[in-house]
Design a protein around this ligand. Structure first.
Ligand code: ZN
Ligand code: ZN
Length: 231
């Protein structure tokens, strides 16, 4: 974060600031103005319990039936559309780390404090990516969720073995193949219920691969907690 941006945040905390989305005025300490907050796109109320895509009657979708993923459920705060996408990108690419607790707060409202999950794991970045970016946005979100829901966060024990930068350019089927063996998990998870945290879920191939590694480590159930779901 640049010095200017840091000073800007400090001023915003004290005097009120400008909205991350529209640059209009916000109230004191607020990151987003109330108009932009109202525009944050929710998901359809009826959706596949497994992958969170809209389905009639909230039935399991055709894709999850035909090729069941290793995760058991997906909970998302928003659809990946304006202005949620602006916030997710600012956190991921512009070091706007203050957005992590903000977005985690919206996600936490969708989750029950009493949920069966007993361990949170953030989707790990490949070590090379982590060096380039300097932080893992999913860890930042997971840390805020862990505080807010009083659930422990595993900060080590899951690794990304392969970087998969070309994922976005691959067709759906190839993405799953591309992710195979991308993660390793050395945690002892026998009998545990785990939540995997990520900023965006697109095809679900990344979360599926990590869920597979976590289940091979013994996890009983795996749910995805994501800020935004691509539809
Ligand atoms: Zn705004
Ligand atoms: Zn589904």
């Amino acid at each position: 974060m640049s010095e200017g941006s840091l000073l800007g945040r400090l001023a915003a905390t004290v005097f009120g600031g400008s909205c991350y989305v529209c640059r209009g005025a916000t109230g004191r300490g607020a990151l987003i103005c109330s108009a932009c907050e109202r525009d944050l796109p929710g998901l359809a109320p009826e959706r596949c319990p497994r992958c969170a895509l809209p389905t009639p009657g909230a039935q399991v979708c055709g894709r999850c039936l035909a090729d069941p993923p290793d995760f058991d459920a997906t909970i998302a705060a928003f659809a990946y559309a304006f202005p949620a996408d602006v916030l997710v990108k600012a956190l991921k690419f512009n070091s706007e780390l203050a957005l992590a607790p903000y977005l985690a707060g919206h996600l936490a409202r969708m989750l029950e404090r009493s949920s069966a999950v007993d361990l949170i794991i953030a989707v790990p970045l490949h070590p090379q990516r982590l060096v380039e970016r300097g932080y893992n946005q999913s860890v930042e979100i997971a840390r805020a969720l862990s505080r807010c829901l009083r659930k422990p966060l595993a900060t080590r024990g899951c690794e990304r073995l392969r970087d998969t930068p070309a994922q976005a350019e691959l067709p759906l089927d190839a993405r799953k193949e591309n992710m195979r063996g991308a993660f390793a998990c050395s945690l002892a998870l026998a009998g545990r219920s785990v939540a995997l945290v990520d900023d965006v879920m697109t095809t679900g191939a990344t979360l599926d691969a990590l869920a597979g590694a976590v289940k091979r480590a013994g996890a009983l159930s795996v749910e995805n907690w994501v800020v935004a779901r691509t539809l």
